[in-house]
Design a protein around this ligand. Structure first.
Ligand code: C2E
Ligand code: CA
Ligand code: CA
Length: 595
């Protein structure tokens, strides 16, 4: 994992870094990419460093490390951080020494990020394709091919990939504003703690800054950000070294430590002094929800849920106070039971229906397809938002029948659109993990295709990034089976889950969907550049199409187009529409309907 003070080198590599050892003595250094040369011939080392002497790649110089055997290389890789590229001789002491070292790097040393370039003496010694694929080897070249120009190009592309991977790691696990671990990482850390047999007096807390959105609205985002930084700074300085501090939401922090460190009275007392925010000093209060880890049934996410229940209680009582979770707080359960009953009866009474949101080609503005989205109209004519009933349908298992119904209906509607002359459109259907894991999923998919006779490539399944990164083998197998049917696959909410690039590149994915959070930040300046940009670059490098969701204004659309994003959907073009309105919308876009 990235050390907190090294993350600045990721993504914005062209910036000068502060070597952050100690508060004083900050020395400005230009970061260098670390390249490890592994070869038993000293000449190769000399020739390589000579060829690359003084070059700058992606705004950084190169620093070389040298190993003359596999054992030396392993030592160095264990000892040294941040090695970006390994230039590796395939044949050293033994015929397979190089390939064995690759396996050690990936499997034993667990270094998935480092890019590996294999070099062989003669063309005939090419390692099998599978090895290259299985061990995520960037490139492989014969030594004679490695002229200065080729070497430069090869290392540049390896470094570009490395930078993307690290940026992705950072994105997945660190908050960009505070550089603190984010929610994903916090959950991981709780899980690690829970795995210890002795959780003893460990606790976690969620700290919510009271009325933060008012501060934000009144003084602007920038001032809001500064306040959050001041709060995180004070927490970090006062919690002591044994505690974990994370930013788990806009204005919420996650804390973990023993019960003395997480003494709620002491923590709330930290908010008595005003915070210095630029020239202002601001007084804010905070509310805390806590839970003892020994009380938690389940995993890190459950711990967080419990702390959140306590937090809600505390807020209801009085802001600026705290509540420790107790098991009697099984609140909400009655509410959930009521909602689930409602959902079951909605299924029975046809109060569920599907709306379709158009997707367009950003360059031409022409429709390319639509996403099917489920709606629930409750008895009083109002709507229950999907964010509420989908999770409920998932935990109750109802999503399996519901999802199957959505899939069939969407295929059927696509077929109908085709018969009316819209034969090029694609239909995207959301598939949740529970559905995906269900043993009959593939059969149902096959049946839906057969019964409606649609062209499989015109159907796309959207799985969320967190699903894509689940149990790797299972997912790979299922996705491969889906692809074998000709159906295409998109990764939804990309940028919000835990992605590992090496995993992503192995998955047969056609499209990445940039989450709307990253689209909405396009109208702001953000430190380190826009995530959307990185996703576009990443997807394009992997040969995927990129679609942005939640596009609400022209500026966002233009920015995305300039970044190289292919497609978009969002309120700028249309909301999700009932089928008759979708047809009217399509007609208005000039595609004549046949018949
Ligand atoms: P999602 O798949 O990320 O869907 C995109 C959501 O963004 C939709 O919300 C859509 O109405 C909304 N949206 C579209 N354009 C814009 C825009 O320009 N601005 C903003 N602010 N929002 C926009 P919706 O329909 O409420 O769906 C919410 C979530 O519910 C979906 O997120 C999806 O995860 C889930 N969902 C909906 N239908 C299904 C379904 O049939 N099966 C499954 N498994 N999940 C579904
Ligand atoms: Ca979706
Ligand atoms: Ca989404």
């Amino acid at each position: 994992m990235l050390p907190m003070n090294a993350v600045a080198s990721v993504g914005d590599a062209d910036e000068l870094l502060f070597a952050d050892d100690g508060q004083e003595n900050q020395e400005i250094v230009r970061a260098a990419w670390r390249v490890l040369i592994v070869d038993d011939e000293p000449d190769v080392h000399r020739a390589t460093t000579f060829a690359l002497a003084g070059v700058t790649i992606l705004n950084q110089t190169l620093e070389f490390l040298h190993a003359y055997s596999a054992a030396e290389a392993i030592d160095l890789l264990k000892k040294e951080d941040d090695i970006a590229v390994v230039l590796l001789d395939v044949v050293m002491e033994r015929e397979h020494a190089g390939l064995d070292l690759v396996k050690t790097i990936r499997n034993e040393l667990q270094l998935p990020d480092v890019r590996i370039i294999l070099r062989t003496g003669q063309p005939g010694q090419a390692p099998e394709i599978e090895t290259i694929h299985d061990y995520d080897i960037n490139d492989y070249k014969t030594k004679s091919e490695l002229t200065r120009t080729k070497l430069f190009a090869t290392i540049t592309s390896a470094l570009r990939a490395y930078r993307q991977i690290r940026a992705l790691d950072e994105l997945a696990f660190y908050d960009r504003l505070s550089r603190l671990p984010n929610r994903n990482r916090f959950v991981d850390l709780i899980n690690e703690q829970l795995q210890h047999k002795e959780v003893g007096n460990q606790m976690i807390a969620i700290l919510d800054v009271d009325d933060f959105s008012e501060v934000n609205d009144a003084l602007g985002h920038q001032q809001g950000d500064r306040l959050l930084l001041a709060v995180s700074e004070r927490l970090r300085n006062n919690l002591g070294a044994g505690a974990v501090l994370a930013r788990i939401g806009g204005d919420t922090f996650g804390l973990m430590g023993n019960q003395d460190t997480l003494d709620p009275v002491g923590i709330l007392a930290l908010f008595r002094e005003p915070f210095a925010v630029q020239d202002d000093s601001m007084v804010v209060t905070a509310t805390l929800g806590l839970v003892r880890l020994s009380n938690v049934l389940g995993d890190g996410l459950d711990a967080l849920k419990d702390a959140n229940i306590a937090l809600k209680r505390a807020k209801k009582n009085r802001r600026g106070d705290y509540v420790v979770f107790s098991n009697e707080m099984g609140f909400d359960i009655r509410e959930r039971v009521r909602l689930l009953r409602g959902l079951r009866s909605a299924v029975d009474n046809d109060r569920l229906f599907i709306v379709y949101q158009p997707q367009i080609n950003l360059r031409t503005g022409q429709p390319v397809g639509m996403e099917a989205l489920l709606r629930w109209r409750d008895g009083d004519g109002g709507f229950v938002p999907p964010e509420q009933f989908i999770p409920l349908a998932e935990t109750s298992g109802l999503i399996v029948v519901l999802g199957d119904w959505v899939l069939r209906t969407a295929c059927h509607e696509l077929n109908r659109l085709r018969s009316k002359g819209w034969s090029d459109l694609r239909m995207s259907v959301n598939v949740s993990l529970i559905q995906f894991r269900h043993p009959t999923f593939l059969d149902k998919l096959r049946a839906a295709l057969q019964d409606t006779g649609i062209e499989p490539a015109k159907l796309e399944l959207e799985i969320t990034e967190s699903v894509a990164m689940e149990d790797a083998n299972f997912i790979l197998e299922t996705l491969t089976a889906i692809k074998a049917l000709g159906v295409s696959i998109a990764i939804d909410d990309f940028g919000t889950g835990y992605s590992s690039l090496s995993q992503l590149r192995q998955l047969p994915v056609d499209r990445l969907k940039i989450d709307c959070v990253f689209v909405s930040e396009l109208n702001q300046q953000v430190q380190g550049g826009h995530i959307a940009n990185m996703v576009v670059e990443l997807g394009r490098n992997l040969g995927m199409t990129i679609i942005a969701e939640g596009v609400e204004d022209e500026l966002q659309a233009q920015t995305l187009l300039a970044m190289g994003c292919h497609e978009a959907q969002g309120f700028l073009y249309a909301q999700a529409l009932p089928m008759p309105e979708l047809e009217a919308w399509l007609r208005a876009r000039g595609k004549p309907a046949r018949g």
